[in-house]
Design a protein around this ligand. Structure first.
Ligand code: UGA
Length: 433
C-alpha cells in the first residue's frame, strides 16, 4: 500500500477525525489550524471536541510518530504532497455557505507550496466551489509548483465519526485529473469499500443531495407522526411496517423534535439557496425546513396544553447536544426549547453529560444540574431532548416521587413508554399511541 505525507487544514470534527484515521492507516499526517490554543492543547493531548475514541487515536498517532500538529502552513506545504481542506463552511447571512475559510486556506496553500500538490476538499461546499478553488490555485502555477484538485466529501456523523470514516458505505472522489484520482483510490483502497470516481461538480452535489435527502426523510416521518397523533395511529408500528418494504427501509425514520447539528440545517438551506441562485425554486426543501422548525413549537404547544399554561412552571430538559455522543450544540433543539420556555416565564433546569459547558456560554438564565435526578426535582414536566444512554435506564420511581407533577415529554421516542405509564407518569412521545 502506498503511504503518503498528508496535510489536513482545520482540526474540527471532520479534520481531526480524518487526520487521526489516516495516521492510523499508516500515512504521515500534519494537522494544521490557525487557532494557536487548539494546536497547543492537541500537542498536550487535549482535544477541542468530544468524539468517542478520538483522544485515544490521536494519542496513538503521536506515540507512533506519524501524527503532527502545527499552526504553520509551511510545515504542511513543505512536508506534504496531498493536502485536505477540512475547515468550516458555516451558514452565511443570505442562507448560502460562507466560503471565506476555505478560500483563505486554499490561498495559504497556493502561496507557500513548493511542489506539485493535490488539494482535496473534505468540507461540504456548494457545487461550483471546486471550480473557483482550481482557478485560485492556478494563479500560482510555475515550473516547480502545480496543483491538482479533488472533491472528496465526507459522510461521517458526529458521535460515530471514527467508525463512519473507517467503514463508510462509499467513498466519493471527483476530479478531472486521473492520476490524482488513482492516488486517492490508493489511500482508501485498504478500507475495502465501493468508490465512485466522478467529476468535481457531481461529487459536490452527491454530498448536498445526500444530506438534503436524509433531512427530508426526517421531516417526512415527523409529519407522519403528527398525523398519527391526530388519527390515533402509532408511529413505531407505522415505521416498522413501512420499513419492511425493501425500497423504504427503517433508517433515518425516527420521529422526534426535529433535526439539528452543524450539517443538516445549513446544508439544506445552502442547497435551496444554490438552486435559487440558478433560478430554480426547490419547493420541497422549503417544506423540509419549515416542518423541522415547527416540530419544536409543536412540542411546546403540547406541553402548554397538558400543564394548562406555562407561566411559573418548572420544566427540566434531559440533554442539550443536538444528538447523543457529541458535545456539539449547534442548531440543537434544546437551544430553541430553552428560548421558547424562558420567553413563557418557565424556570428551566437542564443536564447533559458533556454539553453543559458549551451551553453555559450561551444561556445564563438556566439552572444547570449535576445529574438527571437533580433536574427532575420539583419539576412540573420533563422533556427528553437528546437520547443519551444515561437517560434511558434510570430509577424512574425515584424521579416521579421527586417531581411536582408527573408529565414526561419524550422528544426522541426513546423512553419505554409502557413502563413509564405503568409507574404513573403522564407520558407523551411524538406520534406514539
Ligand atoms: C450528518 C450526516 O448523517 C452525515 O452523513 C454527514 O457527514 C454529516 O451530517 C455532515 O454533513 O458533516 P450529523 O449531523 O453528525 O451527520 O448527525 P446525524 O446522525 O445525521 O443526525 C442529524 C440530526 O438528525 C440529529 O439532530 C438527529 O437527532 C436527527 N435525526 C436523525 C432524527 O431526528 N431522526 C433520525 O431518524 C435520524
Amino acid at each position: 500500500m502506498d503511504k503518503f505525507r498528508i496535510g489536513i487544514i482545520g482540526t474540527g470534527y471532520v479534520g481531526l477525525v480524518t487526520g487521526a484515521c489516516l495516521s492510523d492507516m499508516g500515512h504521515t499526517v500534519y494537522c494544521m489550524d490557525i487557532d494557536e490554543k487548539v494546536i497547543k492543547d492537541l500537542k498536550s493531548g487535549q482535544l477541542p471536541i468530544y468524539e468517542p475514541g478520538l483522544a485515544e487515536l490521536v494519542a496513538q498517532g503521536k506515540e507512533r510518530g506519524n501524527l503532527f500538529f502545527t499552526t504553520y502552513i509551511e510545515e504542511v506545504t513543505d512536508n506534504c504532497e496531498i493536502i485536505y481542506l477540512a475547515v468550516g463552511t458555516p451558514q452565511s447571512l443570505d442562507g448560502g455557505a460562507d466560503l471565506s475559510q476555505i478560500y483563505e486556506a486554499a490561498r495559504s496553500i497556493r502561496d507557500s507550496a513548493r511542489r506539485h500538490t493535490i488539494v482535496v476538499t473534505k468540507s461540504t461546499v456548494p457545487v461550483g466551489t471546486g471550480g473557483g478553488l482550481q482557478h485560485l490555485l492556478a494563479e500560482r502555477e510555475d515550473n516547480e509548483v502545480s496543483f491538482s484538485y479533488v472533491a472528496n466529501p465526507e459522510f461521517l456523523r458526529e458521535g460515530s465519526a471514527i467508525k463512519d470514516f473507517l467503514e463508510p458505505d462509499r467513498i466519493i472522489i471527483g476530479s478531472s485529473d486521473e492520476e490524482s484520482l488513482d492516488k486517492m483510490e490508493s489511500i482508501y483502497r485498504p478500507l475495502g469499500v465501493p468508490m465512485v470516481r466522478t467529476d468535481v461538480k457531481s461529487a459536490e452535489m452527491i454530498k448536498y443531495a445526500s444530506n438534503a435527502f436524509l433531512a427530508t426523510k426526517i421531516s417526512f416521518i415527523n409529519e407522519i407522526a403528527n398525523v398519527c397523533e391526530e388519527v390515533g395511529a402509532d408511529i413505531d408500528v407505522v415505521v416498522q411496517g413501512m420499513g419492511m418494504d425493501k425500497r423504504i427501509g427503517t433508517s433515518f425514520l425516527k420521529a422526534g423534535i426535529g433535526y439539528g447539528g452543524s450539517c443538516f440545517p445549513k446544508d439544506v438551506q445552502a442547497l435551496k439557496q444554490l438552486a435559487g441562485n440558478t433560478g430554480y425554486v426547490f419547493q420541497l426543501l422549503n417544506s423540509v425546513i419549515e416542518v423541522n422548525n415547527l416540530q419544536k413549537s409543536r412540542m411546546l404547544v403540547k406541553i402548554k396544553k397538558k400543564l394548562g399554561g406555562l407561566y411559573g412552571a418548572t420544566i427540566g430538559l434531559w440533554g442539550l447536544s443536538f444528538k447523543p455522543n457529541t458535545d456539539d450544540i449547534r442548531e440543537a433543539s434544546s437551544l430553541v426549547l430553552i428560548k421558547l420556555l424562558l420567553n413563557e416565564g418557565v424556570k428551566v433546569k437542564v443536564y447533559d453529560p458533556v454539553a453543559m459547558e458549551k451551553c453555559r456560554l450561551l444561556h445564563k438564565g438556566v439552572h444547570y444540574c449535576q445529574d438527571p435526578y437533580q433536574v427532575a426535582e420539583g419539576c412540573d414536566a420533563l422533556i427528553l431532548v437528546t437520547e443519551w444512554d444515561c437517560f434511558l435506564d434510570l430509577d424512574y420511581t425515584r424521579i416521579l416521587k421527586s417531581m411536582n407533577r408527573p408529565y414526561i415529554f419524550d422528544g426522541r421516542n426513546a423512553l419505554e413508554h409502557l413502563k413509564l405509564r405503568a409507574l404513573g407518569f403522564e407520558y407523551e412521545g411524538v406520534g406514539r399511541k
